[in-house]
Design a protein around this ligand. Structure first.
Ligand code: 2P0
Length: 321
């Protein structure tokens, strides 16, 4: 019986922001993430006798426009593994949009796992990471649990994620602060492309990431929470500096984003552990400890009435159910 693949989302502490090869999704730099336990995607793939893939998301049939990215990906997979069958893909996203996490990481990791399962490709995790990366860069990291590094590589075979510590014994937990605003968003794909092309600081980013990756790995090995927080926050702010310095300039920050960054500084001044990281959207993810998270959550909710918060812990890698 074909099993369903389940993959969890991840939050990058050292961000992926820029491709040197768009087609293969080869990044300019390594990146490093933490897989989370709360938000995941379940995908079941079955082969069908049809000349077109049929794709449902949360029991809704996707139309051609909505499923274009997935169907293009399936074409890539068919080419990579030299077969021509089509699929019925049933995906259930347990990544509520209200949680403020992107679903492309868990989505393409689960899809890669589902194809591996139904076509019995017997891919090891390295090959699975490569397959997921071809769907979405950040999906390469969702194959593993805990702390994960995606090695940039230089071609399809050399760009994949590796586990640093899949079950870290470390006191870190994440508070996602969701800002309820509905502005039109620049996709990550477009945002990073504009940053690479036009930010005068892009080459500095590449240099910065290479040193911050080394530093954060050392901090993870030493369980130096403060260092992990400081490096993560600095890396996130540096990524957002690439959007502000692009031409034309753009930003993912909403007014509330800045306010939350200020609140996190206030919280730290009270001696409470809290560091910010922000992806390609206005929501802020706060890196906390088990001891600090309650106080951080209370403080944020008291100061801002129009936000919701979601707690996530360290999660594990892809599984089949
Ligand atoms: C990351 N992000 O490292 C960074 C930080 C968003 C900000 O990876 O074009 O959806 O599909 O490879 O993976 C989001 O980008 O982009 C992302 P594509 P993806 O998590």
């Amino acid at each position: 019986m074909t099993r369903t693949a389940r993959a969890y989302t991840n939050i990058a502490l050292i961000k992926y922001w820029g491709k040197k090869n768009k087609q293969l999704k080869l990044p300019y730099t390594n990146s490093l993430s933490l897989t989370l336990d709360r938000f995941y995607t379940d995908t079941l793939a079955t082969t069908i006798d049809n000349d077109k893939d049929i794709i449902t998301l949360n029991d809704q049939l996707l139309n051609d426009a909505e499923s274009k990215r997935i169907r293009n990906y399936l074409d890539t997979v068919r080419q990579m593994y030299s077969f021509d069958e089509h699929f019925q893909i049933k995906t259930t996203n347990h990544v509520p949009t209200s949680a403020g996490f992107a679903s492309s990481a868990s989505g393409f990791a689960a899809l890669a796992g589902a194809i591996n399962e139904t076509k019995q490709l017997n891919l090891d995790k390295k090959q699975l990471s490569i397959l997921a990366r071809n769907g979405s860069g950040s999906a390469s990291r969702s194959i593993y649990g805990g702390f994960v590094e995606w090695n940039a590589g230089f071609d399809n075979e050399s760009s994949f994620a590796v586990p640093i510590d899949e079950t870290p014994d470390i006191d870190l937990t994440l508070l996602s602060v969701v800002i309820n605003q509905h502005s039109k968003k620049v996709s990550s794909t477009v945002g990073m492309e504009n940053s690479v092309k036009t930010s005068p600081f892009y080459s500095n980013w590449v240099t910065l990431v290479s040193s911050e990756i080394k530093e954060i790995k050392q901090a993870i090995a030493q369980k130096d929470l403060q260092k992990i927080g400081e490096i993560s926050e600095h890396n996130a702010m540096s990524m957002h500096a690439l959007t502000l310095s692009a031409n034309p300039s753009f930003t993912y920050f909403a007014p509330e984003t800045i306010r939350i960054i200020q609140l996190i500084k206030e919280i730290r001044q009270k001696g409470i552990f809290a560091y910010a990281t922000i992806d390609a959207g206005p929501n802020v993810k706060i890196i906390c400890t088990k001891e600090s998270i309650q106080r951080v959550q209370t403080y944020i909710e008291q100061q801002l009435s129009n936000v919701t918060t979601v707690v996530a812990n360290i999660g594990h890698g892809i599984e089949y159910i």
